[in-house]
Design a protein. Structure first.
Length: 665
């Protein structure tokens, strides 16, 4: 099908282009119709019920509210709100300001609205119409934000002194999100990092790790102190926040140890125990997995962490690096209810363990162990993972780096490409059936001098690759160039440094588009079109911090055009420059970016103020996207992706086969 962008002048980030007209009007795609004012949900209807629906399964998702957001701009007040997973395709919305309905007819082609007469004192409500079955309701009332971000006040922990007498401070690091109290609105789960946090490869004592929960209005719900037997660093604490038991209220789960203290002051194990060795590593003593009540931060259940560390050297070294490489994730292993996964190891031995939460207790589902599965499965894990139903049986798999583990814990396939830092799974090439995985690789001997591979997510077949002679530490993929169908993937190539702006920009079909590439950290849907924007930072190497930025890839000049510079905020995790959290948190389907203020006194949730005529259901009701948000904070952070392709020429995604937790709907 011809690309709609080649038949009309459609603005893209301030630019436009021309090309030959379509042969017939019937060739218009949903994306083109959406830009001409017709709703994407109606422009090119798809009756396919999706993978879970094909299997007769309905996935449990959060019972979310409309999350209306209003921002004061030069054009008046810009508003956005959610279209939900179970909304009818024909659902409409009215905008009410100060008790007066502004819309004569329901809005059905977008979930944004610009009120030129709006002021800072205006109060807005969104009214849903056409859903029936008691679903036509009024949203919560909102007043406009003065800036393009919502500021959540944070309770910064006090400074401390480490065991070896060195002072340290705290900064807000990674975050997660879930509806902890069941009111339909998200809460933020914030992890605090001490300034002496360490990578596993480095020795040194660290301060305690704290985990807080906050409502969007800044109300602090609780704090958990993980204690001094949990070391601080990107690979130690992988927290999951999700509604695992289906009661409509999320739980929070993470690795704990002797001395961990919940929000009520209850201590796990021996509060006086100190297992830190002279290098600051914790290589002795019991390890636990704990699930906490999300609303209260109190302990629900604690079990021994599986797998145990055992002999430290059996994980690849003797000093404590590879034994403590942890990952975590959420997956719908039965196709309907979420299970949690916690793992250990990926450089050599890798063990993956899954649990269900049943009547408040952690119940082990299955264990995958490379020592049992076979030596070929060692060393295949990444610093992150993907979760998706890659074999289209309605149940999720773990794309665990270069191998994929089936929903029952058995190997689905193994590419034997080895370890890597980055992985992305979605429908990157919609002309092919199923999903694809794009990943970068560290070991050239294992990958065959392939720095990155684009492969069939169901089989592991390599469809194309990017050559390299050294560890390729960065790679990203998304639709950033409308001239080529599907998504574009990019990574450094040859002998270029891992953060080089020179590499290979490839089409979904493996065509080399350019040797100039945008930053390869995060991407987000930010402006009004279907192309994805580049999330990065202006990094100050002296200060060791970055100022967050959002840019649009200019395919004509092969450079990035700045859309946002978040002055006063900072990025996380040094050169990776990632937000604390990226997700569809407020307003329409586009993503919000959460960054700490430079002094960590607040978390700023930035939202787009660009109107859009693209209408999609909230991405949080697509479980591939939602589970990606849940593991976004894990190890080397990765941006979330949905199960379907978003980009130029996209087809209307099928309505998700879901039910709302805690409601029976």
């Amino acid at each position: 099908m011809p690309n709609p962008s080649k038949c009309s002048r459609l603005s893209r980030g301030g630019r436009a282009w021309k090309a030959a007209p379509l042969a017939a009007a019937a060739s218009l795609t949903a994306a083109a119709l959406a830009f001409t004012g017709l709703p994407l949900a109606q422009a090119n209807p798809v009756s396919d019920p999706g993978q879970a629906g094909k299997a007769g399964l309905q996935r449990q998702v959060e019972n979310l509210d409309r999350a209306p957001v209003a921002v004061l701009t030069d054009q008046g007040v810009t508003l956005g709100w959610r279209m939900l997973g179970l909304d009818k395709d024909s659902v409409g919305f009215h905008v009410i300001r100060d008790g007066i309905q502004l819309t004569e007819e329901p809005i059905r082609n977008t979930t944004t609205y610009v009120d030129p007469a709006g002021t800072a004192a205006s109060k807005y409500v969104i009214k849903t119409v056409g859903n029936g079955n008691g679903q036509d309701k009024l949203s919560a009332e909102v007043t406009p934000l003065a800036r393009n971000y919502l500021a959540i006040k944070l309770d910064k922990p006090a400074d401390g002194v480490s065991k070896d007498g060195k002072p340290y401070t705290y900064s807000a690091n990674d975050a997660s999100v879930a509806d902890l109290d069941g009111d339909g609105s998200y809460e933020i789960i914030q992890l605090w990092n001490p300034s002496n946090a360490q990578d596993n490869s480095k020795s040194g004592f660290t301060g305690n790790v704290y985990v807080d929960a906050y409502k969007m209005d800044g109300t602090k719900l609780w704090r958990i102190d993980l204690g001094h037997n949990i070391r601080a660093g990107a690979h130690y604490t992988q927290l999951l926040a999700y509604d695992f038991d289906g009661d409509g209220k999320a739980e929070v789960s993470m690795k704990t140890a002797d001395g961990t203290k919940d929000a009520a002051g209850t201590v796990i194990g021996d509060a006086a125990a100190d297992y830190r060795n002279s290098g600051g590593y914790v290589l002795a003593g019991p390890e636990f997995l704990t699930v906490f009540n999300g609303a209260t931060g109190t302990i629900m259940d604690t079990v021994p962490y599986d797998p145990p560390r055992g002999n430290v050297s059996s994980w690849g070294d003797g000093y404590g690096n590879r034994v403590d490489r942890f990952l975590a994730g959420v997956a719908y292993l039965d196709g309907e209810r979420p299970s949690m996964m916690f793992s250990r190891g990926y450089y050599t031995r890798a063990v993956v363990v899954t649990y269900d939460l049943v009547d408040g207790k952690l119940v082990k589902r299955w264990t995958f162990d490379s020592d049992i599965a076979g030596a070929e499965y060692k060393g295949q894990g990444n610093h992150n993972l993907s979760v998706a139903d890659v074999d289209q049986d309605g149940k999720d798999e773990f794309v665990f780096g270069s191998m994929t583990i089936d929903d029952d814990g058995t190997p689905l396939y193994n590419t034997k490409l080895g370890h890597g830092d980055t992985i992305h799974t979605s429908d990157w090439d919609p002309s092919r059936p199923g999903m694809e995985t794009f990943a970068v690789h560290e070991s050239m001997s294992q990958s065959g001098n392939r720095g990155a591979t684009f492969r069939d997510a169901a089989t592991g077949e390599v469809l194309w690759s990017i050559p390299a002679t050294r560890d390729t530490g960065r790679g990203a993929i998304g639709d950033i160039d409308p001239r080529h169908a599907g998504a574009e993937g990019w990574a450094v190539g040859g002998d270029a440094a891992w953060n080089s702006p020179v590499g290979y920009l490839m089409s979904a079909k493996g065509e080399r588009i350019s040797e100039k590439i945008p930053a390869a950290n995060f991407m987000a849907w930010w402006d009004g079109d279907l192309l994805r924007e580049i999330v990065d930072h202006d990094f100050d190497a002296v200060a060791g911090v970055g100022v967050p930025t959002v840019s649009k890839w200019n395919w004509e000049t092969e450079s990035s055009d700045r859309l946002l510079t978040a002055t006063g905020a900072r990025t996380n995790n040094h050169t990776k420059g990632n937000p604390s959290l990226q997700a569809d948190l407020l307003g329409d389907w586009r993503e919000e970016l959460a960054f700490p203020s430079s002094d960590s006194t607040e978390l700023r949730i930035y939202t787009s103020t660009s109107p859009t005529e693209v209408r999609l259901r909230t991405l949080m009701h697509d479980t591939v996207y939602r589970t990606a948000v849940a593991r976004e904070n894990v190890a080397y952070n990765q941006p979330p992706h949905p199960s379907f392709f978003i980009g130029e020429g996209m087809e209307t995604p099928a309505a998700p086969s879901v039910k709302y937790a805690g409601t029976g709907k």
